[in-house]
Design a protein around this ligand. Structure first.
Ligand SMILES: [Zn+2]
Length: 101
């Protein structure tokens, strides 16, 4: 059961007018790409954003840099509730035991 899902998001903007046209999402490098036009709520699977066109000027769209995102699934929140202890103890510095000679 995956408690955390990771994915990548990138802004999709128009090459000609520079307008932000939507957001692209993928699970990782090489994974299928989804595109959500600005203001829309549904993702559509696309092969490449360069096939898409700017609604304002008809220019080609380009992907900006992908950013890693993490999201907790509902299961992760349930697990956290059921097991309260163990909330990430701060790491302790490693110490070499001193030996009395
Ligand atoms: Zn445009």
């Amino acid at each position: 059961m995956a408690a955390i899902i990771t994915y990548q998001l990138a802004d999709v903007s128009c090459m000609l007018c520079g307008r932000l046209c939507g957001v692209a999402r993928r699970d990782g490098p090489g994974a299928p790409l989804s595109f959500r036009p600005l203001g829309a709520s549904d993702w559509q699977v696309v092969r490449s954003v360069s096939r898409l066109r700017c609604p304002s000027c008809g220019g080609s769209l380009i992907l900006n840099e992908f950013e890693d995102r993490r999201e907790f699934t509902a299961e992760a929140f349930l697990e956290e509730e059921s097991q309260q202890p163990r909330r990430g103890r701060p790491p302790r510095p490693f110490r070499v035991p001193t030996r009395a000679a």
